[in-house]
Ligand binder design. Structure first.
Ligand code: 6R9
Length: 655
């Protein structure tokens, strides 16, 4: 049982009924249809109306200006705003004493933290002043490499307060990966912690930053929050403690006026090519879209307690732990721990402890819990839950049913939310109780989203009950604007495969009811436990090992992770022990990217199936990894078909 009892919001307000009527809220299928029709008939009018809910320092001249060729996308041009004014200041009068943030620590025996809107506002303003004092001003990039502690959210919002661009890097990435991201964005300052707790483990964080900074000349200052109580090495004239700095900071920090199209943040994500790219989101459109989708997808009501289990290091944490909920004056939870520690009932214990109303997690977490005794779920009531959500990867039927039956008790709608780092917010998804549920289907597009299925030639497939490449036809407010420092890359990656469309990289099916089911990536991106990796990125890492001559990586179906990483590796001769070599290669990947990218299987081969022009035929490697060797397709274009036989005989396939 929880040692600390939790008292729900002590300030409730009747004003919300009035507010809800004023705000565009979807409660029924009729509401959805109406909103969707409006949004396609008159996209600008639709998004203009939604935008009016917010506080703007100056109105826009034009709602939308766009072309998908360059691409150039501008929402609310001419307008000025500060997103944090809408997340904090705007709520102070009515919701000042309402809880903004609840933090549940890794260890259930440690005390949780609660911050009201007033308290969060004060923390943010103080830390924003700390940033200023340490030389950060509007437009500067700040890297945040922190565990899931309240200061991570404070740091993110404080950057937005002063117009600094945050680049949050998930604290599981290696020093090497961190350095690449810091250098790419030319960050001036890094915010981190001494260490972090994860289940039974304590992990050094500052040490990783120190190592990364050996190759980052741009960083002038590091701010360190104490979490585990270690005494890290503090570099003179560079490193300062969060607690020392914030003590002296003023609690007053006016929000920096930002243009709607000024950069709000950069978030790195993997694509088909080797180097992760910095996806850029801007202030105005991101605010309007994340606020709108949060409220509707999760059927959010004023006194709800909302919990998304993601890490703020990923887009889900940005949009649906920090920005979306706070824009709506909601109470959002942050969880530092893992689903299976101290036991596999942790999620459900926390749901009961706080009376969580919306619970949002990833299929991989569900699958890892399904592997344990059902008693871990059944011993909790879960009565408070009203909506449950899924994100990050396709949810298979078994996981969908388990989640729906045992967690949602067949009473809560299960919203399967399809979206991407690049889309900023949820694109295709169930909407609370308003839209119909269909297992393993994400469902209908959100208002304002115009998905199409394309055939290989880029023609729109008009019929239903078909599969195709998933693309989007019209801009929505929170779409990416560019990839940091390399606009051409943005154009090539997303806007050149099919002219006139944003291409998602996913394949999808549309059924006879017009509902969408996401099949998965159609490019060289592997989705491991909801984390994206490019095959080239992992190959580059493996090739850093001096014994490796060449490698090829593919994804294969994995029962818990969704996809696992299967690496085919050519090593130099030398008769080294295979197990030792495997361990060394794994270590190289951990150093280059992080533990989350560890290959599940490594097979040593003497050659790779290549075409005469030297291209690796991954299709064949994928089939071998899946154990589908009876159906390899056409291998006649291979330079040396014998290679395939050898690979099959040594394969470590999945049964
Ligand atoms: C939000 C997020 C994006 C990729 C995306 C797709 C996969 C995400 C999904 C889903 C099926 C869902 N994906 N949600 N596939 N159903 N509900 O995860 O962003 O990390 O950028 O990943 O994840 O393949 O293209 P991101």
């Amino acid at each position: 049982m929880a040692k600390f009892t939790f008292v729900k919001n002590n300030q409730t307000t009747n004003l919300h009924t009035l507010k809800e009527q004023q705000m565009k809220t979807i409660r029924t299928f009729e509401d959805y249809r109406e909103a969707y029709d409006h949004s396609t008939r008159d996209p600008e009018g639709f998004w203009e109306e939604i935008a009016q809910e917010y506080q703007w320092q100056q109105p826009w001249d034009k709602v939308l200006d766009w072309n998908f060729d360059e691409p150039s996308i501008k929402w609310y041009s001419g307008a000025k705003l500060n997103i944090t004014e809408n997340m904090l200041d705007r709520h102070l009068k009515e919701r000042g004493n309402k809880l903004a943030l609840i933090w549940e620590p890794n260890d259930p025996k440690e005390k949780f933290v609660r911050l009201t809107y007033k308290e969060l506002h004060e923390q943010v303003c103080r830390f924003a002043n700390v940033l200023k004092k340490n030389g950060v001003s509007k437009g500067d990039r700040v890297c945040i490499y922190m565990p899931m502690i309240p200061e991570l959210a404070v740091a993110v919002i404080a950057c937005a307060r002063i117009g600094a661009v945050h680049s949050v890097v998930f604290a599981g990435f290696s020093a090497h990966a961190l350095a690449d991201r810091i250098n790419d964005a030319q960050c001036k300052l890094v915010i981190t912690s001494d260490g972090l707790f994860r289940g039974a483990k304590e992990i050094p964080v500052k040490r990783v930053v120190d190592e990364a900074l050996e190759s980052c000349e741009c960083v002038e200052r590091v701010i360190v929050k104490e979490r585990v109580g270690w005494l890290p090495n503090m570099v003179e004239d560079r490193d300062v403690w969060w607690d020392d700095e914030i003590k002296e900071a003023d609690r007053d920090c006016p929000p920096e006026p930002m243009d709607a199209e000024d950069m709000l943040f950069i978030l790195y994500t993997s694509g088909s090519t080797g180097k992760p790219k910095g996806v850029v989101h801007t202030c105005g459109g991101y605010m309007v879209y994340t606020g709108y989708t949060f409220r509707n997808v999760f059927d959010y009501r004023e006194s709800d307690i909302y919990w998304c289990t993601a890490d703020i290091g990923w887009i889900t944490g940005h949009s649906y732990i920090v920005y979306g909920p706070l824009l709506n004056g909601a109470t959002t939870m942050m969880f530092e721990g893992v689903p299976t520690w101290p036991d596999p009932g942790r999620f459900w214990q926390v749901v009961d402890k706080y009376g969580v109303n919306q619970f949002y997690t990833a299929p991989t977490a569900i699958r890892s819990l399904m592997a344990h005794k059902i008693d871990h779920v059944l011993s909790y009531s879960l009565d408070s839950l009203r909506v449950i959500g899924s994100v990050g990867e396709p949810i298979n039927a078994e996981a969908w049913n388990w989640y729906h039956i045992h967690v949602g008790k067949e009473r809560c709608p299960l919203v399967d939310t399809w979206w991407q780092t690049e889309t900023g917010g949820v694109m295709i998804s169930g909407i609370g109780n308003a839209t119909p549920l269909k297992p393993t289907f994400a469902g209908y597009p959100m208002p304002g989203v115009q998905p199409v299925l394309l055939d290989g030639d880029g023609n729109e497939i008009q019929e239903d009950d078909v599969e195709g490449y998933l693309a989007i036809k019209h801009p929505w407010p929170s779409m990416l604007r560019t990839t940091y420092g390399d606009h051409e890359r943005c154009q090539k990656t997303y806007f050149s495969a099919f002219k006139g469309y944003y291409f998602t990289g996913d394949g999808a099916r549309r059924d006879k009811d017009g509902m969408y089911r996401i099949i998965g990536r159609v490019d060289d991106v592997i989705n491991v436990s909801g984390h994206r990796f490019g095959t080239a990125e992992i190959e580059n890492a493996i090739n850093q090992n001096e014994k490796v001559v060449e490698s090829a990586v593919v994804g294969y179906p994995h029962p818990i992770k969704g996809q696992g990483i299967y690496a085919y590796v050519i090593c130099q001769d030398g008769g080294a022990d295979e197990e030792i070599l495997k361990a060394e290669i794994t270590e190289t990947v951990v150093e280059e990217i992080g533990k989350i990218a560890r290959p599940e299987k490594i097979q040593f081969v003497r050659g790779l199936p290549k075409t005469r022009s030297g291209k690796i035929m991954r299709r064949i490697l994928r089939k071998v990894a899946e154990g589908e060797i009876s159906n390899l397709g056409d291998t006649s274009t291979l330079l040396d078909p014998k290679v395939v036989e050898e690979i099959i005989s040594g394969a470590d396939h999945v049964e």
